[in-house]
Design a protein around this ligand. Structure first.
Ligand SMILES: [Cu+2]
Length: 117
């Protein structure tokens, strides 16, 4: 009887641990729209240490991407109507420049700011 009780408690403890672990690892989903020549939103706020799944949707008529300068994060270059995802965890607080790396787009105003708090 005692064995069954402790086994049940062990199973319960493992289930709780797995549940907490999964919840802790779940990234925040952030959607960003790219078009000519801007990101929407232009400024993003994220929490340091919180994993983020960034989904970039190209609602423009030419290809775009998104680069988080100094974080080493970049999506694939995507065609109109497509989406790209990148998952990362901003570690240090600060303000980071964002831009589209397709030639000429940054100069045309396709920039933004990531604020990590
Ligand atoms: Cu672009």
């Amino acid at each position: 009887m005692r064995t069954w009780t402790s086994l049940a408690l062990t199973v319960l403890a493992v289930a709780v641990a797995v549940g907490v672990g999964l919840a802790g690892a779940a990234p925040t989903v952030v959607k960003v729209i790219a078009k000519e020549f801007a990101f929407e939103p232009k400024e993003m706020k994220l929490k340091a240490g919180q994993p983020v799944k960034l989904v970039l949707e190209n609602k423009g008529v030419i290809e775009h991407d998104i680069v988080f300068d100094k974080l080493g994060v970049k999506t694939a270059t995507i065609q109109p109507g497509k989406t790209a995802e990148v998952t990362f965890t901003p570690k240090a607080k600060g303000r980071y420049a964002i831009y589209c790396s397709v030639p000429g787009h940054k100069e045309a105003g396709m920039t933004g700011t990531l604020v990590v708090e």
